[in-house]
Design a protein around this ligand. Structure first.
Ligand code: NAI
Length: 284
């Protein structure tokens, strides 16, 4: 795929993986809109990137209105967006049985509805223009591997993977690629998600565990460098890969998940008629 001259829109572009993507895309001659909820991080990111082709837009991905306004402004200033990175995400490290409705609304609002808003905003524009492009949704290894503590995060990321896979088949005829980016541990600020939790969703199922958060910061510091994640992501887009797995260390855990599915799946006669969704999947 040709990157140079295109415009990218990166949610959560001011830190971590998003900032790595911004840096890698600018180096390829792509114009980049960094859409993020943290104004101070946007300012810092623009300083660090030091590139006229990058702009910052303060917005909350969970708001349909703010998403559409940011998209309009990005296109007004940088031209039509054809590379969409639905990447903004937060994590609440607690189990589902410890979670409140506000916890659900906050995490699904950002991690799932943020991606939905990106799709609803940009996909019709990309289809209409007929110039192809690519949508990358940042899922996670947590979109395959569940445990007690990812909790709602697991749910949000499984959903992002499902959304992405269905979208992949529907956009293939339009020449628009879709990828699900599934990283393991990355050096980022996600451990500090709590700082940007909105007051209106403040009813917690469980009080913040400050000591645990200090541990989390250390753990994330040992993660993969975002520039490496970004380089692998661009390679994945070029090769039109659906799954982009930057980390090599999860092969055995993935195999366990699929082995359990196959082991529990009944043996028997295959039906003559396949389900409609399977047919749609095989045609593309
Ligand atoms: P990060 O915290 O360093 O960067 C995320 C950015 O998203 C931040 O700049 C933050 O201000 C922004 N953001 C958060 N809520 C927002 C909202 N409502 N509207 C607009 N912007 C918002 O974290 P990281 O790790 O770079 O996260 C990026 C994506 O990668 C997320 O979807 C995360 O779930 C995913 N991920 C991260 C992994 C990790 O180990 N760090 C592993 C696998 C996936």
């Amino acid at each position: 795929k040709d990157f140079a001259g295109r415009t990218a829109f990166i949610t959560g572009g001011a830190n971590g993986i998003g900032l790595g993507l911004a840096r890698a895309l600018l180096a390829e001659g792509v114009k980049v809109a960094i859409a993020d909820i943290r104004q101070n991080s946007i300012d810092d990111a623009l300083d660090v990137l030091d590139n006229q082709e990058a702009i910052g837009l303060r917005m909350d991905v969970s708001s349909r209105e703010e998403f559409a306004e940011a998209a309009d402004e990005a296109e007004r200033r940088l031209g039509p967006v054809s590379l969409v990175f639905n990447n903004a995400g937060i994590n609440l490290f607690q189990t589902i049985d410890e979670s409140s409705y506000d916890d659900w609304d906050w995490v699904l609002g950002v991690n799932l509805h943020g991606v939905i808003n990106g799709v609803q905003t940009f996909v019709p524009r990309m289809k209409e223009r007929g110039k192809g492009g690519h949508v990358v949704n940042t899922a996670s290894m947590a979109s395959f591997l569940a445990g007690p503590v990812p909790g709602i995060y697991n749910c949000s990321k499984f959903a992002v993977r499902g959304l992405s896979e269905s979208l992949r088949y529907s956009l293939a005829p339009h020449g628009i690629g879709v990828s699900a980016l599934c990283p393991g541990l990355v050096k980022s600020h996600i451990f500090a998600s709590d700082d940007i939790r909105p007051d209106k969703l403040g009813a917690r199922g469980k009080p913040v565990d400050k000591a645990f958060n200090v541990q989390l910061a250390k753990v994330h510091d040992s993660g993969m460098n975002p520039d490496e994640v970004a380089a692998k992501t661009l390679e994945g887009i070029r090769e039109d890969k659906f799954y982009i797995f930057p980390h090599p260390e999860f092969r055995d855990e993935l195999r366990e998940v699929f082995d359990e599915i196959i082991a529990d799946y009944p043996r028997g006669e295959a039906p003559v008629e396949r389900l409609a969704f399977e047919r749609g999947r095989r045609e593309n």
